[in-house]
Design a protein around this ligand. Structure first.
Ligand code: DOR
Ligand code: ZN
Length: 345
């Protein structure tokens, strides 16, 4: 297959940042996707409906004129979030989920949740008003091996949580392991997961290919090949509760090429193209549309998009660097080729 037309996709997990960086990364997403779930881990985090409303306005103001793009906002959960704030979030109509970061789990997660049980009254409210919980599913316990943090989180926190709130819609964000896939496949209809392009295309060897590779570092960290194969199988299975979420996360080059480099991979410049590569690698391009364009809106109870995009099987070379505001940043696959291209009209 050399040309593929699919219903316009959405990105169910995206970091846009703010200010100058927002203005420089947003066009990449808006060219490909009609909507995106916008992560709230700004500095300071987006913890209130008012802050989310203001952030949404800044995103709309930064859009290119021709863009038809809708930011789907989220709230950052803290131990100070109240059931009343959940009701207000639901009533807003523009907030589509609440993000749980275990405190310290990743970039700007310092104000996250240290004791998940303290949020149970908030989960009760979310279940009642039917607002999805989006979970960064990794424990922060330094005793737990970094490659096991997702599996341990599911066992210690997620299983008890879904037993206590059986109707709560939960998205295990950027699942990376067999444990995550099994959690969704064995779970009820209200449990889903997003999968990133990097976890479909790379295993943990990519972190150490000939030397340390900070631009392949994200959280959850890349896993071993066995897990990548399981993710590919899940994404291409047609299972309705796996869907596209890039976790595209811009960081300036200097913050990644550092003695203590930041977690995050920028993929928005070729996001749907990367997924096309991954699906083509297992001869499953016919499954891309449902994963990218149907399963997400169905789970979030939003209408499917009605327009389309076309991908062409043409190699192109990703630039060595792009600008995030005034700072250069290194996009995924920098200086190398991508096998699919978005057709220009
Ligand atoms: O690699 C990551 N980068 N993982 C996250 O969970 C956060 C993200 C970021 O905001 O940079
Ligand atoms: Zn993320």
């Amino acid at each position: 297959m050399h040309r593929l037309t699919i219903t316009r996709p959405d990105d169910w997990h995206l970091h846009l940042r703010d200010g100058d960086v927002l203005g420089s990364v947003l066009p990449d997403t808006a060219r490909r996707f009609r909507r995106a779930i916008i992560m709230p881990n700004l500095k300071p985090p987006v913890t209130t409906v008012e802050a989310a409303a203001e952030y949404r306005e800044r995103i709309l103001a930064a859009l290119p004129e021709e863009a038809d793009f809708e930011p789907l906002m989220t709230l950052y959960l803290t131990e100070a979030t109240t059931p009343g704030m959940i009701e207000a979030a639901k009533a807003s109509g523009f907030i589509h989920g609440v993000k749980l970061y275990p405190a310290g789990a990743t970039t700007n997660a310092a104000s996250g949740v240290a004791d998940i049980r303290r949020c149970y009254p908030v989960f009760e409210a979310m279940q009642r008003v039917d607002l999805p919980l989006l979970v960064h599913g990794e424990v922060t316990d330094p005793e737990v091996d970094i490659f096991d943090r997702e599996a341990v989180f599911i066992e210690r926190h997620l299983q008890p949580l879904i037993r206590e709130f059986p109707e709560l819609r939960v998205v295990l964000e950027h699942t990376t392991t067999e444990s995550g896939v099994e959690f969704v496949e064995s779970g009820p209809e209200n449990i889903a997961a997003t999968i990133t392009p990097q976890h479909l295309l790379y295993n943990r060897n990519a972190l150490f290919a000939g030397g340390i590779r900070p631009h392949h570092y994200c959280l959850p960290v890349l896993k071993r090949e066995r897990h990548r194969q399981t993710l590919l199988r899940a994404a291409t299975s047609g299972h309705p509760r796996f869907f596209l979420g890039t976790d595209s996360a811009p960081h300036p080059r200097h913050a990644k090429e550092s003695a203590c480099g930041c977690a995050g991979i920028y993929s928005a410049h070729a996001a749907i193209e990367f997924y096309a590569e991954a699906f083509a690698s297992v001869d499953a391009l016919d499954k891309l549309e449902a994963f990218a364009s149907f399963h997400g809106p169905d789970f979030y109870r939003l209408p499917r998009n009605t327009d389309s995009i076309t991908l062409e099987r043409v190699d192109w070379t990703v630039p060595e660097a792009v600008l995030f505001g005034h700072d250069p940043g290194v996009p995924l696959r920098a200086g190398e080729t991508v096998a699919w291209q978005l057709a220009r009209y």
